[in-house]
Design a protein around this ligand. Structure first.
Ligand SMILES: Nc1ncnc2c1ncn2[C@@H]1O[C@H](COP(=O)(O)OP(=O)(O)OP(=O)(O)O)[C@@H](O)[C@H]1O
Length: 439
């Protein structure tokens, strides 16, 4: 009910108070049983004196057996009234045991610090000792006498002294056990804390590693390696893809821009600009509309992208992954124009597109690289290398698939392509995507 109705912190506070209340009640109850009962037997008559009076002798002249015989009492029969008075208590050591029980409850269940427990236990035992010694010591002396008479063995240490000694011994034991428990609890706490910190660190590292792997490999390929049970580095991952689109986009005059001079920190500033341009391209490819695209790699100032490499991104029906790559190519052109305007440069951009079957895979055990191979890739590269600055040259296959999808094409004519003879190619002119280029 508490957990349903209240906040967690309020609830644990109430729970703690309830536990303290119950513990204090138990301690008070058992202590009062121990201490309170002792008062029921007041006034207690000294059996030896009583028997001496009855026999009209001095108390020292009587042995314990004489006393029991004269008074006609036995250790085990407490109920019979004696000539000295009504029934008595023959086993006062049970008061001490009750006290030990109450102290045990105090030591075990009371939710306070070790020091306050020690103070409480000491005051309990001192109070009890005073009660034993001052209020009713005769009760304990009578018990000693009855024991002596029954077992015919003299009592070495009187019970009235033995009882406080037992309590002190118990306090010492509780103190030692408490210290040990506190030490263990502290160690447990520290170990738990350390374990929690290490677990948190491990989770963070795992997430970071996953992020790194996802930056190197496509999501499905990364999943293949992460889920793989047998970690064999030599395993080859490769997959045949039915119809993917491949793009090569090159900043053709970047080599003219790149110079190693003192003024540009030995070329570092040129590389910084190239890095910013590529990062802009990476940001565009991360947009949700380009989810079918996968960046393959950059080679110098060439950016290579493919689309439709897995079942999640390949659209067999509408070939939307090829349309998405065409739109992406135009976005890159717009982005580079934007960079030119703001960096007062005149970078030229040449793009080639092709589509068809490829083989995708990961090569190498160290620094593994995801790549695609096949004639489709070679031709896409040729579409770029034989293209014209600021144009997107596409193969006839791309043209045939996209001509009915609202794209504008201008035929370029037959282009000589190394190893292929001549190929009919087209320039993709539009329509331009509406989006503003990102800064
Ligand atoms: N996975 C790939 N990544 C980058 N470039 C590629 C890839 N596959 C092919 N190419 C490029 O495609 C182009 C055409 O390759 P092809 O095998 O037809 O001719 P090649 O004689 O090897 O090329 P080149 O004459 O340019 O050296 C090559 O320039 C090659 O670098």
């Amino acid at each position: 009910i508490c957990y349903k109705m209240l906040k967690k912190s309020d609830c644990s506070c109430i729970k703690r108070k309830a536990v303290t209340f119950v513990s204090v009640s138990i301690i008070a109850l058992i202590s009062s049983m121990a201490v309170g009962n002792m008062f029921f037997f007041l006034p207690t008559h000294d059996l030896r004196t009583c028997a001496a009076q009855f026999a009209n002798v001095t108390p020292t002249a009587l042995t314990p057996s004489n006393v029991t015989d004269i008074l006609n009492i036995t250790l085990l029969d407490e109920s019979k009234p004696t000539i000295c008075g009504p029934q008595s208590c023959h086993f006062p050591q049970y008061f001490t045991y009750s006290m030990v029980l109450s102290m045990l409850a105090c030591a075990q269940f009371l939710g306070t610090s070790g020091f306050s427990k020690l103070i409480l236990l000491l005051s309990q035992s001192v109070l009890y000792t005073l009660l034993v010694l001052l209020v009713n010591p005769t009760l304990f002396d009578n018990a000693d006498l009855l024991n002596h008479a029954t077992f015919e063995e003299s009592v070495m240490i009187p019970l009235r002294l033995m009882s406080p000694f037992i309590l002190m011994l118990f306090v010492a034991a509780v103190l030692m056990q408490g210290q040990q428990a506190e030490l263990t609890a502290r160690m447990d706490f520290l170990w738990n804390k350390q374990a929690a910190e290490e677990r948190e660190e491990m989770v963070k590292k795992q997430a970071y590693n996953r992020k790194l792997i996802h930056n190197i490999l496509p999501v499905d390929v990364a999943k293949y390696y992460l889920d793989k049970k047998e970690k064999n580095d030599d395993d080859l991952y490769c997959q045949s893809c039915e119809c993917v689109a491949v793009m090569f986009a090159t900043i053709t005059n970047f080599s003219e821009f790149y110079m190693e001079l003192d003024a540009n920190n030995e070329g570092v500033e040129c590389l910084r600009l190239l890095n910013e341009i590529i990062a802009d391209f990476d940001n565009i490819i991360s947009e949700p509309q380009f989810y079918q695209l996968e960046k393959i790699k950059t080679m110098g100032s060439t950016y290579m992208v493919s689309s439709g490499l897995n079942s999640a991104t390949y659209d067999k029906e509408n070939m939307s992954h090829i349309s998405a790559l065409a739109v992406f190519a135009m976005r890159l052109q717009d982005q580079l124009k934007f960079v030119n305007t703001h960096s007062f440069n005149n970078f030229k951009f040449r793009i080639g597109l092709n589509c068809g079957p490829v083989v995708a895979g990961v090569i190498g055990a160290r620094k593994p690289q995801y790549d695609i191979w096949g004639n489709t890739v070679n031709v896409a590269s040729r579409m770029d290398s034989t293209g014209i600055d600021d144009k997107i040259q596409v193969s006839e296959d791309v043209y045939n698939l996209l001509k009915t999808k609202g794209f504008d094409f201008v035929p370029r004519g037959f282009v000589p392509v190394k190893g292929k003879g001549t190929m009919m190619t087209y320039f993709l002119e539009g329509p331009r995507p509406n989006e503003e280029p990102t800064s």
